[in-house]
Design a protein around this ligand. Sequence first.
Ligand code: MG
Length: 381
Amino acid sequence: MAHNRRDFLKRSSVLAGSAVAGSLVSLPAAAAAPLRRRGRARMTLRYRPYTLELRHVFTIATSSRTTTPVVLTEIEYDGVTGYGEASMPPYLGESHASVLDFLSRVDLSKYENPFELDTILRDVDAISTGNAAAKASVDIALHDLLGRLMKQPWYNIWGFDARKTPYTSFTIGIDTQDVVRQKTKEAAEYKVLKVKLGRDTDKMIVETIRSVTNTPITADVNQGWKDRAVALDMLHWLKERNVVMVEQPLPKEQVDDLAWLTERSPLPIIGDEGVQRLADIPKAKGVYHGINIKLMKCTGMREAHKMIVLARSLGMKVMLGCMTETSCAISAASHLSPMVDWADLDGALLISNDVFDGTRVVNGKVTLSDRPGIGVTKLKG
Ligand code: MG
């Protein structure tokens, strides 16, 4: 009994350690279940490269593509397997080769207790300065493993209400008027649309969508505007057309211009390219109204949770985004979604060769599975 209590207290401190900036995370009853002793069990990390096929050519302000490289990971411990994923859109600087090289340097066999999340993930983070997606693939698989060992989904472990998930936006890429009109009609199920702006077609795209529907729109400029006064005019124009929020209107380096714009903007301004990790948030206060958190930018679920707590404590808005990913990484992120203002978790809907079933989008709403861990089942293939 004394041993079980020690284990419980040790584990409690690990989980409660995710509280930052004075906020506390209460431990649900689920986490109090005694951890059975597992003798000499050790974690084993496995991984393989995979290529996602996109349903449509995907165009943003800076590039177009039809595939996305990912690496699928598994961590096995005492007969239980957790699943993870790294997604590497080319503009982030990671690739199959860089992720496989990083993962070859991760040795999980040296840890006796997989619940020592802070120690394990701190060590993984210290392997290199970049490789955020590679790190996320370890973080997600480890979270999935722990949830499965505790037999609880992460929304329960974190104490979130799974019914309070948001609607996800559905992205309409930069395209011709006919394609935008067609994609808008196909997206009738979604309660929020997201448009990619930042080219000279911006007004055409928004007006084309408005010729089909008045569904609220979030706009992502991907640093595509350059002049703050022109940007401010566009923000007023967008607000009149029921655009509700704008991501990264100016290049992230134009910090003073972004702060000027945020002070005057009629719409919330959210930093995406300009905010990667926890340490970026204090600097982002005043530059943006809020931040877009993505697991592949911030090294995974553990840091994403800390980022939400910190941003909230600073009075900032929170958006939860994604890359094109399988339902593995989307499901991992979705357990945080009851805590955010906007969710953009359509990544798995944009691909034709998913290898997981997990969180789904039902009538536009992020809908969590009640399975343990991140809630995924591996499909054949
Ligand atoms: Mg963005």
